[in-house]
Design a protein around this ligand. Structure first.
Ligand SMILES: *Cc1c(COP(=O)(O)O)cnc(C)c1O
Length: 390
């Protein structure tokens, strides 16, 4: 163990230097890249004074997302967390319920559940895609849920469960067919957290169109950024209309009257951010190509090094390789942290996986299934710099 901790980190560093070159300035985990018409579109917004909640870039951005994701409707909002909050409300989540979410995800997934007044209920992932494990989900439901006329209820807490939120980790598509089948058997609604996976495909279709609803994020670290932003995706026109209405203060259309028919949200994406998003969307396929090429360079460079592998996309789909990940052969937090220390000291923005959500103080008491795979993966994952400019 100790020998590995001494010898492996310098080897990893020299391989990454071989792929990325010697850094003259720190190489972040993920930097945005503005090489398209960003300046033109943003300037056009300023020149027109249409910078805020009304303007033609919002509609154009939504249309681009619909085309990219193969869905009937996209509703642009201020960020991915708000998109998920809204998607959960539209899926019917009510205060006092539980929502099934992975333990291995960014904290926003659970925060959105909390903001909907519900409790995250953590389930495990599979090592192949890092996404929710359908078989384990099925077994966990069989062990912990009773079916009543109100739907599924947690036997222990008595709380209703009606939504499952798979997440496509680092851009790798989760096994959506298997998860959809479980949802169908148990009468659960699938809401995809596709925040990291714009441009990824499950089998022959883009992710984001497989559940009743899905969400995207356009935060600064995502593959496409609006500065900040998010979107709700759905094929259901009525749900989409409701999403638009509720995210725009539930205003009843009228040329001058302020009439609102529900406690709405001010979640609409400003035109200025949408302008940036339109320019970025024009670059998406190029970004995906560069990121897939970088993934291949990492895979080739690390090939044959004992003790770890580079995570590859699952055979059933195509990843946008939002973040590349090294996987240590076995959990070893000491080795992992030594690698992280040395790489960051050398200017490479390596990062660990997120702290598993059931270990964060505010979610520590939440219900959960067996999380042994996620637990083991947490001690194995190291993310490598993955920006599209590399
Ligand atoms: C980025 C992200 C979100 C949403 O993030 P915002 O910063 O609110 O746009 C949600 N879920 C996952 C998995 C993410 O990575």
């Amino acid at each position: 163990m100790a020998a590995r901790t001494a010898t492996l980190p310098p080897k990893i560093l020299s391989i990454v230097k071989g792929v990325l070159g010697d850094p003259t300035t720190p190489v972040p985990l993920h930097a945005p890249l503005f090489v398209g018409r960003e300046w033109d579109y943003v300037k056009d917004c300023l020149d027109s004074t249409w910078v805020s909640s009304v303007g033609r870039y919002v509609e154009r951005f939504e249309t681009m997302l619909e085309q990219q994701c193969g869905v009937a409707r996209a509703i642009a909002v201020v960020n991915g967390t708000c998109a998920l909050h809204m998607a959960l409300l539209l899926a019917g989540v009510e205060p006092g319920e539980e929502v099934l979410v992975p333990a291995l995800t960014f904290v926003a997934t659970a925060n959105a559940v909390h903001h909907a007044g519900a409790t995250p209920h953590f389930v495990d992932c599979e090592a192949r895609s890092l996404g929710l494990d359908a078989d384990k989900l099925e077994a966990h439901l069989a062990a912990t849920v009773v079916r009543t006329e109100r739907g599924c209820c947690n036997k222990v807490t008595g709380r209703r469960i009606r939504v499952v939120v798979p997440m496509h980790v680092f851009g790798h598509p989760a096994d959506l067919d298997a998860l959809s089948a479980v949802c169908l058997r148990w009468g659960l609604t699938l809401v995809e957290d596709a925040a990291e996976a714009l441009g990824s495909r499950y089998k022959d279709r883009p992710v984001g169109g497989h559940g009743r609803l899905a969400i995207l994020s356009f935060n600064g670290n995502k593959i496409v950024t609006c500065g900040g932003g998010g979107a709700i995706l759905t094929n259901d026109q009525a749900l989409a209309d409701k999403a638009k209405h509720l995210t725009t203060t539930a205003k009843v259309p009228h040329p001058w009257r302020f009439e609102h028919d529900a406690p709405g949200f001010n979640y609409r994406l400003p035109n200025l951010n949408a302008a940036l998003g339109c320019a970025q969307m024009e670059c998406l396929s190029g970004f995906v190509d560069s990121k897939r090429a970088l993934a291949r360079r990492y895979q080739d460079a690390f090939d044959g090094l004992d003790g770890l592998t580079v995570l590859r996309e699952p055979a059933y789909g195509q990843s946008n390789y939002w973040l590349n990940a090294l996987l240590l052969d076995r959990p070893d937090p000491v080795l992992r942290d030594t690698i992280l220390e040395q790489a960051n000291a050398a200017g490479f923005g390596f990062r660990p996986a997120w702290t598993l959500l059931h270990r964060l103080p505010m979610y520590a008491a939440c219900p959960r299934g067996d999380l042994s795979t996620a637990d083991a993966l947490e001690g194995r994952i190291i993310n490598l710099p993955s920006g599209a400019a590399l």
